[in-house]
Design a binder for this molecule. Structure first.
Ligand SMILES: [Zn+2]
Ligand SMILES: [Zn+2]
Length: 247
């Protein structure tokens, strides 16, 4: 009996140690979380601020007053996409979360982030923002993809597509030119930085279809606008943009 007690105490101790070492912690702030590792804690999640419904109909920026079809945040003309919608403002712990996701290589964050994006944008489809025929993630150049190990926009698009029941096509567009990071470019140089960076690999699948380009974070909108330009040139009937956040 005694031996059993000692054994069970040792086991309890072992379990406690195991819990401590392998306790699931929030990927962003390191707080302990209930459930699976790689998730986000409540505090981080609650810091994400949905953009809401009052947005610029073109670029999806939060609007404080009603705007007609353009606002100051819209990309410079010509705008090749019909309409962009993002789920969250780029505030709270969202920048840290994306840093962890992209640069500290936590691809397992893609699924919970896409789920949040879907829950926030699930009612987005209506007459003004029709349901697309398929989703196309913004492609990464293969060198950058090799360096990072995954394309964050693809992970978001695949899971969002699965939840929304919209096909995700990763084979339709590729990045044919390596470009310096947009975030490091001054705003006036961003459109030129991505000019000619993308190509449609399969124009026949694009012709006459409604395509939604999925990006992680919209800033100037130059990258998605260039994607939209090549898709329209390949014959897409319309191009919309879906993003996790609008900076
Ligand atoms: Zn956290
Ligand atoms: Zn706008």
């Amino acid at each position: 009996m005694r031996t059993l007690d000692v054994l069970s105490q040792a086991l309890d101790f072992g379990n406690a140690l195991f819990d401590l070492l392998l306790a699931p912690v929030c990927s962003v702030c390191g707080e302990r979380v209930e459930g699976r590792a790689g998730l986000l804690c409540d505090e981080c999640l609650e810091s994400f601020e949905p953009i809401g419904r009052m947005v610029c109909p073109t670029c999806g920026s939060r609007a404080t007053t009603r705007v007609k079809n353009r606002c100051r945040e819209c990309p410079p003309r010509p705008v090749w996409f019909e309409s962009a919608r993002a789920a969250f403002l780029y505030t709270g712990f969202l920048p840290e979360t994306f840093y962890m996701f992209k640069y500290s290589r936590h691809p397992e964050l893609g699924e919970p982030l896409a789920r949040l994006m879907f829950m926030t944008l699930r009612d987005v489809f209506n007459d003004a923002f029709p349901r697309p025929d398929f989703l196309v993630p913004v492609p990464l150049h293969f060198l950058r993809r090799f360096q990072r190990g995954f394309n964050q926009s693809q992970l978001l698009a695949e899971e969002f597509g699965r939840l929304a029941g919209i096909e995700c096509r990763v084979d339709l567009m590729e990045r044919v030119r390596y470009t310096p990071r947009q975030a490091l470019q001054p705003p006036e140089r961003r459109a030129r930085n991505v000019l000619g960076a993308f190509a449609v690999c399969d124009p026949a699948s694009v012709r006459g279809r409604r395509v939604a380009v999925v990006d992680d974070i919209l800033t100037s909108g130059s990258t998605v606008n260039e994607c939209a330009r090549v898709l329209r040139e390949a014959g897409a009937a319309s191009v919309q943009i879906l993003a996790m956040a609008r900076a």
